[in-house]
Design a protein around this ligand. Structure first.
Ligand SMILES: [Zn+2]
Ligand SMILES: [Zn+2]
Length: 212
């Protein structure tokens, strides 16, 4: 199946299932509709174009892969939006099933893409799968006395972000949780920093093997 055809199924799924917009045969180029029908992804009811079970499955999966890839490219690789949008459109077609689960688990089963759109959950999310080692998860999941290395920080407010960076909280730094209540006290280098739970939950760390 070609990338173009896959992208068509993905966009149809978004229109029909997410935006709940109906799609008419005249909304698609004649060649596109024939290709989609021949591949068994859509069928027609009068003028309406509807997804078959196969189209439904593939469309949802592609939306999931597209948004997961966006997360990976923006959060972990630090790509700018205009770059990762284009790259995600290519890479999403290349991810095999085993890698999809690994990427999703690595990212902590994210529920939204960087644009705030929902990521349809996979079986890994429902099972709450996690790696025993080198898992990325929020700082709030560390216990008192546990340490991790900062992987990325997902804070939208630039002032909060600047404050964190000035305090030495940036990707690559090792951070130890000293106290969790009433506020988070963490040690980074020689500095102790107080954080509220909301901000601590947006700092993602990689930790070693976890007990229990
Ligand atoms: Zn997105
Ligand atoms: Zn998952």
């Amino acid at each position: 199946m070609s990338e173009n055809l896959e992208n068509l199924v993905r966009d149809l799924w978004i229109d029909l299932r997410e935006a709940k917009r109906s799609v008419r045969a005249s909304d698609l180029a004649a060649g596109e509709l024939a290709e989609l029908e021949n591949a068994g992804y859509v069928y027609r009811e009068g003028d309406m174009v509807l997804l078959t079970d196969k189209g439904e499955t593939i469309g949802r999966k592609l939306v999931r892969l597209h948004r997961l890839t966006e997360r990976l490219l923006s959060d972990v690789l630090g790509m700018e939006e205009e770059v990762y949008e284009k790259v995600a459109c290519r890479v999403e077609h290349l991810i095999p099933e085993e890698l999809e689960e690994a990427v999703c688990t690595l990212l902590g089963h994210p529920r939204i893409c960087p644009h705030g759109k929902p990521i349809p959950p996979g079986s890994c999310c429902l099972a709450g799968k996690r790696y025993v080692e080198t898992v990325v998860h929020p700082l709030t999941e560390l216990g008192e006395g546990e340490a991790g290395r900062i992987s990325y920080i997902y804070v939208e407010n630039p002032q909060v972000m600047t404050r964190l960076i000035n305090l030495g909280l940036r990707p690559g730094r090792r951070v130890t949780v000293l106290k969790k209540f009433p506020a988070y006290i963490v040690q980074v280098g020689n500095t102790q920093v107080a954080l509220d739970a909301e901000v601590a939950g947006r700092i993602y760390v990689v930790s070693g093997p976890r007990r229990g």
